[in-house]
Design a protein around this ligand. Structure first.
Ligand code: NAD
Ligand code: UGA
Length: 316
């Protein structure tokens, strides 16, 4: 698994190891020096069946990691829509596209049967508010989204070659939330504001809608994608809860029993107004549908956040 020290990767690795699978996790963030990586990996590194390697996929040797691998879960990447404008684009390109190229070259050469790659709802770009279906024409609206589309299409192009031993499932995750969510993301920030009383920056009027997907649901879909007897396909992973940012704020307020001070700022370039998943393909191919509603998911998320901030745990 790549990106194992990250938010989604660490949850996925944990679930796989608990189910008896041996996982080799690779991530360039070193848990010895990076607090987020250390926190994400804390529960995992003690489990037999998990092996961690700190390495950068842009130049590390990938081949030795893939001997006898049944599945590669490729989650490593630079996420985040808004910071992808400007000078950091090279980093996005290197990790999301060039590193993916190295992963696919090695997987196909070594005959790894299945690659599950993390794509993104952002590949769809602006919509008319309706549900996005996998056959819609992608119109990525940010440099990040362009790299995610390139990443999934690169993986699918490799798998489409004649006699390719590797099949690919690209999962278009829709805004995933839950314990250990990245601190730049809205749900984390809204809950933190509710717990601490710090103000919350709102980019735009708060009527943006997301198809929020709880982390356990995203993990279940990802594991299902490793064995599904299909190849070369992109699948939407979303549909837990469609909500606006203002609705998320209200849930956070209710859960914490505290008001949130909103600081309205201008909308950010590349942000789309609405994401919404058409979930039919996920249901049909993976037998998957989201189980966790926003209120329950945010409750679990807040409890985990409060435990990280012991001085606020009373509010939870
Ligand atoms: P994250 O930042 O928590 O995890 C990504 C991990 O990848 C990090 O630990 C990072 O160090 C690692 N990484 C990046 N470049 C690397 C490289 N060159 N070599 C080795 N490791 C590298 O992000 P996340 O939220 O867990 O997202 C995981 C994946 O899912 C990303 O590809 C992201 O684009 C995608 N995704 C996330 C969401 C979401 O809502 N969180 C939604 C859609 C898609
Ligand atoms: C999220 C992830 O960060 C991406 O990695 C992922 O690819 C994407 O979901 C996806 O679904 O594909 P995003 O939807 O932008 O991206 O999620 P957030 O970062 O949580 O932002 C959601 C909304 O809240 C955006 O409109 C953003 O502008 C807004 N926001 C965010 C704020 O108003 N204030 C903040 O402090 C942070």
């Amino acid at each position: 698994m790549t990106g194992a020290a990250g938010f989604i990767g660490s949850h996925l690795a944990h679930a796989l190891v608990r189910a008896g699978t041996t996982v080799i996790g690779v991530d360039r963030r070193d848990p010895a020096t990076d607090r987020t990586a250390a926190a994400n990996l804390a529960a995992l590194q003690e489990l037999p069946g998990y092996i961690h390697l700190t390495a950068d996929l842009i130049h590390c040797a990938i081949e030795p990691l893939l001997v006898d691998a049944e599945t590669v879960f490729h989650l490593a990447g630079i996420p985040g829509v808004r910071p992808s404008w400007g000078s950091r684009f090279g980093e996005y390109l290197a990790s999301n596209v060039l590193a993916t190229h190295r992963v696919m070259e090695t997987c196909t050469r070594m005959g790894v049967p299945r690659v599950v790659v993390a794509s993104s709802s952002s590949v769809y770009g602006p919509t008319n508010g309706g549900a996005s279906i996998e056959t819609d024409r992608p119109q990525p609206a940010s440099p990040y989204a362009v790299t995610k589309l390139a990443e999934e299409q690169l993986c699918l192009a490799y798998a489409d070659r004649a006699h390719c031993p590797t099949s690919v499932v690209a999962l278009r995750y829709f805004t995933v939330y839950g314990p250990r969510q990245r601190s730049d993301m809205f749900t984390h920030r809204a809950l933190q504001a509710a717990l601490t009383g710090q103000p919350l920056g709102l980019y735009g009027d708060g009527h943006q809608r997301r198809d929020f997907t709880y982390i356990d649901d995203a993990v279940a879909a990802t594991i299902a994608a490793s064995t599904v007897p299909t190849a070369h396909v992109a699948i939407n992973i979303g549909g837990g809860s469609s909500a606006s940012l203002l609705e998320v704020v209200n849930v956070a307020k209710r859960l914490a029993g505290r008001d949130i001070q909103l600081h309205q700022e201008g909308p950010r370039n590349g942000d789309v107004l609405t994401t919404r998943a058409n979930p039919h393909r996920a249901h049909e191919l993976l037998g998957w549908q989201a189980q966790v509603d926003l209120h329950s998911g945010m409750h679990a998320h807040m409890q985990a956040l409060a435990a990280e901030l012991p001085e606020y745990s009373r509010a939870a």
